[in-house]
Write a protein that binds this ligand. Structure first.
Ligand SMILES: CC(C)(COP(=O)(O)OP(=O)(O)OC[C@H]1O[C@@H](n2cnc3c(N)ncnc32)[C@H](O)[C@@H]1OP(=O)(O)O)[C@@H](O)C(=O)NCCC(=O)NCCS
Length: 230
């Protein structure tokens, strides 16, 4: 089942050897995922994978909502990506909470193997103008051997599309300031959206899913209590 595994990463991979095959090739032979959106007509986002070393070879990556049978793999992807269990446990805790939105816990699959995960949960922005609903993007994780191949970006874009189509209006993320602006996130503080904890200003970002969604919204973000444990 695990043939072809011959480097450091194999010892870190979850049981069942999920998704290691491509990543153990030398870098020059590594398969690159294309983030071209091939089909939006099915319930799954289908992405085609081009292997530059074998021009005719293609693989398909799917992004779809997680299913109950994905939970162990989702835990492992978060644990291995972050190098600790905190975020994986956070996902498990949020799944039991009223903040959880099943359609917005998405997995990226290489074949049938879960190699990436993204979660959006309900939060609020509370200020003088009242309490406003928003989404938190957190956490997001791609299995280390699969990072930097476009999977994370595909998960963010698909998640934002789904969130928009479900009628959500605002997304907030605490994350790498070099990564999230490419999806349209901008610093929250200058707009009057404030984090409830100490965080570098540029790492606290916000995105409108609908034009004008942030008009009149100012205040402090309130996360579900599950986030306090991380
Ligand atoms: C962040 C993460 C989900 C991105 O997934 P990915 O599939 O590697 O992302 P993509 O391939 O779409 O994008 C890669 C780009 O993201 C940026 N990037 C990825 N990880 C980064 C990091 N730790 N710091 C800054 N930029 C990062 C790089 O600019 C990279 O661009 P490059 O290809 O020019 O080097 C993945 O690196 C990961 O799981 N990291 C560990 C967990 C984590 O930090 N999660 C995010 C919490 S906010």
């Amino acid at each position: 089942m695990c043939e072809g595994m011959h480097d450091e990463h194999e010892r870190q991979l979850p049981a069942g050897c999920r998704g290691p095959r491509l990543a153990f090739r030398p870098a020059s032979l590594q398969v690159r995922y294309s983030v071209a959106f091939v089909s939006r007509s099915t319930s799954h986002g289908v992405y085609r994978l081009q292997d530059a070393t074998v021009p005719e070879a293609t693989r398909v990556m799917q992004i779809r909502p997680e299913r109950p049978e994905d939970r162990e793999a989702v835990f492992d992807v978060n644990r291995l990506a972050f190098g600790q269990e905190n975020e994986a446990r956070l996902v498990d805790a949020l799944r039991q909470s009223s903040a959880f939105i099943p359609e917005l816990s998405l997995v990226a699959l290489d074949g049938s193997d879960v190699v990436g995960h993204i979660l959006f949960t309900r939060i609020t922005v509370e200020g003088r103008s009242g309490t406003h609903d928003a989404l938190a993007l957190a956490p997001m994780a791609v299995l280390p051997p699969f990072q930097r191949q476009g999977i994370g970006s595909a998960l963010v874009r698909r998640g934002l599309e789904e969130a928009r189509s479900l009628g959500h209006r605002v997304v907030i993320v605490v994350g790498h300031p070099d990564y999230y602006p490419r999806f349209g996130f901008v610093p929250g503080r200058p707009l009057g959206i404030l984090p409830p904890f100490e965080v570098p200003s540029e790492a606290f970002m916000v995105l409108e899913l609908q034009p004008g969604a942030l008009l009149g919204i100012q205040g402090v973000v309130k996360y579900p209590p599950e986030f306090d444990e991380v």
